[in-house]
Design a protein around this ligand. Structure first.
Ligand code: AMP
Length: 184
């Protein structure tokens, strides 16, 4: 009887240990260029935490000029990292729901436009995903200083699974030299 309970407890521990191992680090980039930008970033973080649990790391907020389109208000960006056992498609749906809840409007026009909030998946563990709905690592990450700087701040050693370089190395080689500064 005693040994059976020990065995049961042992297998339960093993089960939870394996489940713990199944979590992956998902690195998200939040961006806003419609006021109140800081509040949109904060609300996005709290909505994401309701679905994904407490963020394990949060970067500083960075300010940068709009990239690839004209707008009067600059962007605020921040990286947040979650440990999750959820599937990438599920996390993408959570990101899109968060954008919708914060009033993100999608224009029919091609290219970039102003947005209350944008939530992009930069990395999902060391997965490489090329589906119709999802590309991970984010295909434009290595060419955007406003995305690389906050990731390099919180996870400098994280390896890009395709380019095989860490975030510091990607930043040094980044062709984009536009100004990106920390917001105090
Ligand atoms: P955007 O206009 O930049 O917010 O693009 C959103 C669309 O890009 C979504 O409907 C996704 O299906 C698609 N997408 C592809 N890869 C990613 C990614 N890594 N993170 C977020 N959205 C992505």
């Amino acid at each position: 009887m005693f040994f059976t309970s020990i065995q049961k407890a042992g297998s339960r521990f093993f089960f939870y240990f394996c489940r713990m191992d199944e979590t992956e680090k998902v690195v998200l980039l939040l961006g806003s260029n419609i006021e109140p930008r800081k509040q949109y970033l904060e609300e996005a973080l709290s909505l994401l935490e309701k679905k994904l649990g407490k963020a394990s790391v949060v970067s500083n907020i960075y300010e940068s000029e709009p990239w690839g389109f004209e707008a009067t208000t600059s962007f605020y960006n921040r990286v947040v990292v979650f440990k999750t056992g959820k599937l990438p498609e599920t996390v993408l749906n959570i990101c899109l729901q968060t954008e919708e809840l914060l009033g993100r409007e999608r224009s029919e026009a091609e290219g970039y436009t102003s947005r209350t909030i944008d939530v992009d998946i930069l990395y999902f563990g060391n997965r490489i995903i090329n589906s119709e709905r999802l590309m991970v690592p984010h295909p434009r990450l290595a060419s955007r200083r406003f995305a690389l700087l906050p990731v390099a701040e919180v996870m400098p050693e994280l390896l890009h699974p395709i380019l095989n370089k860490n975030q510091g190395e990607l930043l040094l080689e980044c062709p984009d030299q536009s100004e990106v500064s920390i917001v105090n």
